[in-house]
Design a binder for this molecule. Structure first.
Ligand SMILES: NC(=O)c1ccc[n+]([C@@H]2O[C@H](COP(=O)([O-])OP(=O)(O)OC[C@H]3O[C@@H](n4cnc5c(N)ncnc54)[C@H](OP(=O)(O)O)[C@@H]3O)[C@@H](O)[C@H]2O)c1
Length: 80
């Protein structure tokens, strides 16, 4: 079976982040687990991925524990 990855998206609620989610669905990207990260403004929001709802978490120091692959679409300052 193909390897799957623990993936994070920083800026998941934004225009680019939402499109990235849709592309990952369309391309059947090998996601084992998904962590959706954004600012405190989005705390409690939910986004759908492959028919499943994921709670959006606030970006913080422990956001990348266990993450193998992270995509950043929250602006260059936040990415740095
Ligand atoms: N949209 C385009 O067509 C386009 C094209 C080329 C390049 N870009 C670049 O791509 C990046 C994202 O653009 P966008 O259009 O997707 O912007 P956007 O719709 O404003 O989304 C920004 C995302 O970043 C999150 N965010 C902002 N500040 C944050 C912080 N301090 N901590 C954690 N998350 C934070 C936002 O969370 P909240 O929802 O919680 O605020 C949201 O998820 C920008 O650098 C932009 O210049 C965009």
């Amino acid at each position: 079976m193909a390897r799957k990855y623990h993936v994070a998206i920083v800026g998941a609620t934004g225009a680019v982040g939402v499109e990235l989610l849709r592309v990952m669905e369309r391309r059947d990207f090998p996601v084992a687990d998904l962590r959706l990260l954004a600012s405190p403004r989005s705390a409690g929001r939910r986004l759908e991925f492959r028919g499943q709802e994921f709670l959006v978490e606030v970006l913080g120091n422990s956001s990348f524990v266990g993450i193998e692959l992270a995509f950043f679409s929250a602006g260059s300052g936040t990415a740095r």
